[in-house]
Design a protein around this ligand. Structure first.
Ligand code: NAD
Ligand code: TYD
Length: 336
């Protein structure tokens, strides 16, 4: 048995990855360390709660005691745990620095102390900053993060790099573009808009809606991470992207059309401060070295994702109350 410690496995990508790993490899045991912040949800892995090769530990990656108690003996640590929403980082960056920077440091120290053979840092293309209308992020693009979120992720990446360089820690970093798919918390563009539209509520488009993101289905991201933790070269960075650029307005119209809702539900609202114009990933390296490529066509993935939210209204309803409504009002006010 190979033992993998996944952190942040109760979030969107982490939960999809845990499910993917347990289903695709009968020789893997997964330990999931998650603090269960607002974004962490036990319901995301409820189907696996009693799985014989799965164990959940509630805990914070900044807690050295907990981390030192579960890291010894694992074959790999894959760090998904993070504060992940740009808009929240604009309201308050403190939890981002704590979890994304100090949490990563805590994990790195434990990986070093107990000589774990592999550490994978799940990073983001946002560390590269913003592109103009042309060009792509490669692994050589200089880091130029623009939001407190991306700055905290870039700081973590640099720490990982330094632990590899200084201590020979066997680390690999992945930098992926915008994910979509089932179990995504409805604060991010696609699930926010789907869940609002399902309730006939307006959808808030920042600025003119001309910003571009490179969309990837979460399962394509999971398949890439699976290749990287097993076969990626230590000390390397691997970009992962969907090769699927869309403006926010294109996404908005695609969702309205798929759900049969009127364009009168679009609200153009005040732009996000420091809003990155465009992200686009060059993923030649992972294609050439590991034979990965994105497989899920966007239209199909989006249709399936919409269906998942339609079929999981209880999951949505359990989230869209309390803290969520307070956040929503702070972020958007009342959309009329
Ligand atoms: P998410 O916000 O859905 O989930 C984050 C998870 O981490 C939650 O389960 C939360 O409870 C847990 N967590 C937060 N702080 C913790 C702490 N201190 N200790 C332990 N657990 C903690 O995030 P996501 O969208 O699934 O993103 C996962 C990772 O992938 C993040 O590192 C993010 O930066 C990166 N990433 C995300 C995207 C995207 O489009 N969502 C794209 C590229 C990279
Ligand atoms: P988001 O899902 O927050 O991901 P990121 O900022 O990490 O790329 O946002 C995706 C794009 O959608 C981004 O350009 C901001 C925009 N957006 C809106 O226009 N309205 C919204 O309510 C949200 C959450 C995002």
């Amino acid at each position: 048995m190979t033992r993998v410690l996944v952190t942040g496995g109760c979030g969107f990508i982490g939960s999809n990855f845990v499910r993917y790993l347990l289903q695709s490899d009968p020789e893997v045991q997964v330990i999931n360390l998650d603090k269960l912040t607002y974004a962490g949800n036990l319901a995301n892995l409820a189907d696996l709660a009693d799985h014989p090769r799965y164990r959940f530990v509630r805990g914070d990656i900044t807690d050295r005691e907990i981390v030192r108690s579960i890291v010894p003996g694992v074959d790999a640590v894959i760090n998904f745990a993070a504060e992940s929403h740009v808009d929240r980082s604009i309201h308050d960056s403190s939890p981002f620095i704590r979890t994304n920077v100090l949490g990563t440091q805590t994990l790195l120290d434990a990986v070093r102390e107990f000589q774990i053979p592999r550490f994978v840092q799940i990073s983001t293309d946002e560390v590269y900053g913003s592109l103009g209308p042309t060009g792509y992020f490669t692994e050589e693009t200089p880091l130029a993060p623009n939001s407190p979120y991306s700055a905290s992720k870039a700081a973590a990446d640099l720490l990982v790099r330094s632990y590899h360089h200084t201590f020979g820690l066997p680390a690999v970093i992945t930098r992926c573009s915008n994910n979509y798919g089932p179990y995504q918390f409805p604060e991010k563009l696609i699930p926010l808009f789907i869940t609002n539209l399902l309730n006939d509520q307006p959808v808030p488009v920042y600025g003119t809606g001309a910003n571009v993101r490179d969309w990837i289905h979460v399962l394509d991201h999971c398949r890439a991470i699976d290749l990287v933790w097993r076969r990626g070269r230590v000390g390397e960075v691997y970009n992962i992207g969907g090769e699927c650029e869309r403006t926010n307005l294109q996404i908005t119209h695609a969702l309205l059309e798929a759900l049969g809702k009127p364009t009168s539900l679009i609200r153009f609202v005040k732009d996000r401060p420091g809003h990155d114009l465009r992200y686009a990933i060059d993923c030649t390296k992972i294609k050439n070295e590991l034979g990965w490529r994105p497989q899920v066509p966007f239209d199909e993935g989006l249709r399936e994702t919409i269906r998942w939210y339609q079929q999981n209204l209880d999951w949505v309803a359990a989230i869209r109350n309390g803290e969520y409504l307070r956040y929503y009002e702070k972020q958007y006010g009342v959309l009329v």
